[in-house]
Design a binder for this molecule. Structure first.
Ligand SMILES: *Cc1c(COP(=O)(O)O)cnc(C)c1O
Length: 361
């Protein structure tokens, strides 16, 4: 054991040098907090529903691997979405995993493109897999800068374009005509990330029919199942079949597969909660707009973006001392300077947040 590595320098000497400058995705400790930072659904299910669900889980053969091709959930979700023959589905351990799979499938040295500010995982995962990324700043209205997007497409010839529709963290939907122009001007795949589809009237599923380079990404996280870790991608067979080659065989575990069947059978309960969240969002929007010193943007998601006149950082910290956790976006992008984002909580949570906030602004 004479040349056994003894210090950290040797232990990390074989790692990618760019890891040194990267940071692990950090999730703040939220124990004992009113948690309004991560777009989770605040409601729980009835006791009956919970025990019926547990009853289903009781019968899982935990000694066996999950169904590697996820046949049952694929069929059930296909029916639920009314998917046409030519389409296929790919499941992931959250849509985050699907974003990673898409990137792993790309040629080296290619570029991925997205408007900015947007969901941070696009850039982070590109960095992890070693793809270049290019962000195109949104207009002040948070709409796409179409000319800049088209110029970036011409210059970078991106292999993937990620569009969060509605956009996280700005909460708005992008102009559909702009999106179609982008889709028609690229040779790359356009991923419409509909993580917040449940909270808006807009839906791009049919675009996957018309445009072979469009893929639709969705997740069950924001409607109340963040703990399950289940996302899915819809697209034409030719692309989805290739992506299956990159996926780990058992990426969706037995608990999650069984749970999805249960969830789709009882989908009404989740739809009801979603509608309630949308109602609460509008109430919260009105209440925030009554505060003179705030700019608040309307939203088609389960969160609201706002900008106080006072320091966002001070307000964030003071809320935290009051056991209310929201999200600070001040450093995320220049057009979000001094901005904060709050997830729509239960009526009680929203009142607690508003009361605390009013004392601080
Ligand atoms: C939350 C979020 C996701 C990630 O969802 P998971 O399925 O929980 O991994 C993807 N895209 C956007 C835009 C999101 O806000």
């Amino acid at each position: 054991m004479s040349n056994h590595p003894k210090d950290g320098v040797q232990l990390t000497s074989f790692l990618r040098p760019d890891l040194v400058n990267m940071h692990a995705y950090s999730v703040p400790d939220s124990s004992g907090m009113i948690k309004l930072d991560a777009m989770e659904n605040p409601y729980s299910l009835t006791n009956t529903l919970r025990s019926d669900w547990l009853e289903v889980l009781k019968h899982i053969d935990f000694n066996r691997y999950p169904d590697a091709s996820a046949k049952e959930i694929t069929k059930t979700l296909r029916d639920h979405l009314n998917l046409d023959e030519g389409f296929d589905l790919l499941f992931g351990n959250g849509s985050d995993e699907i974003i990673l799979l898409l990137m792993l499938a790309m040629e080296k040295n290619r570029t991925i493109l997205f408007p900015e500010p947007t969901f941070v995982m696009y850039r982070l995962l590109a960095q992890i897999v070693g793809l270049k990324s290019s962000g195109v700043t949104l207009k002040e209205s948070f709409q796409l800068d179409l000319d800049a997007m088209l110029a970036a497409i011409a210059k970078e010839n991106p292999c993937l374009i990620f569009i969060s529709q509605p956009n996280n963290p700005t909460g708005n939907v992008f102009d559909r005509a702009d999106l179609e122009t982008i889709i028609r001007h690229t040779n790359g795949l356009v991923i419409i990330d509909e993580a917040y589809q449940a909270f808006t009237e807009h839906d791009a599923l049919t675009w996957a029919l018309h445009y072979p380079n469009v893929l639709i990404l969705r997740t069950f996280s924001k409607i109340g199942l963040a703990g399950l870790r289940l996302g899915f991608l819809v697209g034409q067979n030719a692309i989805i079949n290739e992506l299956h080659k990159i996926r780990l065989p058992y990426n969706v575990n037995s608990l999650t597969q069984a749970s999805l069947l249960f969830v789709l059978e009882h989908y009404d309960a989740f739809v009801k909660q979603t509608q309630q969240i949308c109602m609460e969002r509008e109430k919260l929007l009105v209440a925030l707009r009554q505060i003179d010193s705030l700019t608040v943007w309307s939203s088609e998601t389960n969160f609201l973006l706002f900008r106080p006149e006072k320091s966002a950082n001070d307000i964030f910290q003071a809320l935290k001392e009051n056991h209310i956790l929201i999200k600070k976006l001040d450093q995320a992008h220049p057009i979000l300077s001094n901005c904060l984002r709050v997830t729509v909580g239960s009526p009680e949570e929203n009142i607690a947040f508003l009361d605390a906030l009013k004392k601080l602004v």
